[in-house]
Design a binder for this molecule. Structure first.
Ligand SMILES: O=C(O)[C@H]1O[C@H](OP(=O)(O)OP(=O)(O)OC[C@H]2O[C@@H](n3ccc(=O)[nH]c3=O)[C@H](O)[C@@H]2O)[C@H](O)[C@@H](O)[C@H]1O
Length: 454
């Protein structure tokens, strides 16, 4: 009889295998609980992130917020926006202090025209909330200084971009703005050759984004926005009237502003938004833009640097209808005051709405050579002039506004001539840049406190 097989080894092996299975299953258990623990931690962190921002996106009655919250979180995180305190500041800044006052969102509020208009609106009792991305197209410290000035007058500027849809939506959720004064833009005629995309991003994409938000808002705001004298481009009729051709822009800047006018037509036509475009003519004055000729000429003259003075290809002087900031502010307020209500609601047009375009100029073109001689007198310094043919950079030879339409509709009447306006600018300039002692001594320009200049 065959002896039974020796199973002792098999039994040992089975015991060993069962031991291994136990060990492995414990390991597996450990690994999966670790995984579970980490996932829970991650979820908890995300939740903490939501709630520390104190931002109530899910209780919002606008359903589109649900899918844009993620984007808003990123913008909120980087710009320090969101939260009850932030919303309170926004409401406080936007609340009118006069009966029937407006509640206005001013885009580009840290900019030249934006800061002046914000102060003027606040002064008469309107509620003003600013929006500005503080980009570095020119020295952002000047924008910060304007912001400080506005802040002293209880005007809050939200730091954000026109293309930040969730941010704009949020602002309209917090405040039912009656008006938008849209001045944020990529400005400058010549810079368009260096950075064309920035013009498309701000002046076209950003504008469309703002209009999308405005058309969906309830109530829809009325909108006044900055177009430009540059839309007249190669127009040769003179002075420029709103009836003249604007289909021959000479620069991409002008083309984007002209595109803005056509886009405004579309949103008025489809959604009933009331829109007014203002064609500004070379605006100058205290707190101005350092990229503009009168500003950098002043700087260069004081520093003894050579300045280029452009002539047309035919050897004629280049001229501009330089318009003083206070006149432009009056024009902006006049346009706001005569704006009718938008007619749409819930993103749908309910009837025809107002659509307007106005020139805001000075009716009095001045050659650039004359501008320089006025500055030389004010600064008591001879400029080192380099007269050259105007490069092919998008500039036009002259501008000259006919403003009779703006006069008829809201009494627009420019009152500051170039020598008077440049004197005010020079006073501000020497004070702001702290060079008053030198200029004052030599030129008897009494510096004025920057706040007095608006
Ligand atoms: O009305 C507008 O819609 C635009 O106005 C402004 O553009 P412009 O009228 O071109 O002003 P600005 O650059 O100050 O040049 C002034 C003059 O100096 C000449 N110029 C310029 C530079 C130079 O080196 N030499 C020179 O002679 C130059 O040829 C011109 O004749 C705004 O910048 C623009 O954003 C837009 O708002």
């Amino acid at each position: 009889m065959a002896s039974p097989p020796d199973t002792s080894k098999t039994i040992k092996l089975e015991r060993y295998n069962s031991y291994l299975r136990r060990v492995n299953s414990t390991k597996l258990l450990n690994a999966s609980s670790k995984l579970l623990f980490r996932a829970t931690l991650l979820v908890a962190l995300v939740l903490v992130f939501f709630f520390t921002l104190n931002y109530p996106p899910f209780s919002n009655n606008n359903s589109h917020h649900l899918h844009i919250t993620g984007n808003f979180l990123s913008s909120a995180f980087y710009s320090g926006t969101g939260g009850a305190a932030w919303e309170k500041k926004i409401r406080h800044s936007s609340t009118p202090r006069r009966p029937n006052g407006m509640s206005i969102l001013v885009t580009g509020a840290a900019g030249f025209v934006g800061s002046h208009c914000s102060l003027a609106l606040k002064k008469r009792g309107d509620g003003v909330l600013g929006l500005d991305n503080f980009n570095s197209y020119y020295d952002p410290s000047l924008k910060r200084a304007r912001q400080a000035l506005l802040s002293k007058r209880q005007i809050f500027i939200v730091e954000g971009d026109l293309n930040d849809t969730p941010l704009l939506s949020k602002l309209f959720d917090v405040v039912p703005f009656t008006h938008i004064l849209h001045l944020a833009a990529q400005a400058g005629v010549r810079y368009a050759m260096q950075n064309p995309q920035s013009y498309v991003a701000s002046n076209i994409a950003g504008f469309v984004n703002l209009l999308e938000i405005a058309k969906a808002a309830n109530p829809q705001p009325s909108i006044v926005w900055a177009s430009s004298s540059s839309v007249y481009g190669l127009n040769t009729e003179n002075p420029f009237s709103e009836l003249h051709r604007t289909d021959q822009p000479a620069s991409l800047y002008a083309a984007t502003k002209k595109a803005g006018e056509e886009i405004a037509h579309t949103y008025n036509h489809i959604y009933g938004l009331a829109l007014t475009g203002l064609r500004f003519f070379t605006v100058y004055g205290p707190w101005g833009r350092p990229d503009m000729a009168y500003f950098f000429f002043t700087k260069d003259i004081l520093q003894g640097k050579t300045i280029d003075i452009y002539q047309t290809q035919g050897g004629k002087e280049v001229a501009r209808d330089f318009t003083y900031i206070d006149d432009i502010v009056k024009g902006c307020l006049g346009a706001l005051d005569t704006s009718e209500k938008s007619t749409g609601s819930g993103g749908k047009k309910r009837g025809p709405a107002q659509l307007r375009v106005y020139n805001l100029g000075n009716k009095s073109p001045v050659p650039v050579g004359k501008l320089v001689s006025i500055l030389e007198g004010l600064l008591n310094t001879k400029a080192k002039k380099h007269v050259i043919k105007m490069p092919s950079n998008g500039d036009v030879p002259y501008t000259h506004a006919n403003v009779s339409l703006a006069f008829k509709d809201f009494g627009y009447k420019p009152t500051t001539d170039l020598p008077t306006g440049l004197r005010k600018f020079a006073k501000w300039y020497v004070s702001y840049y702290g060079i008053q002692s030198r200029v004052k001594k030599e030129n008897h320009i009494k510096s004025e406190h920057p706040e007095d200049s608006d």
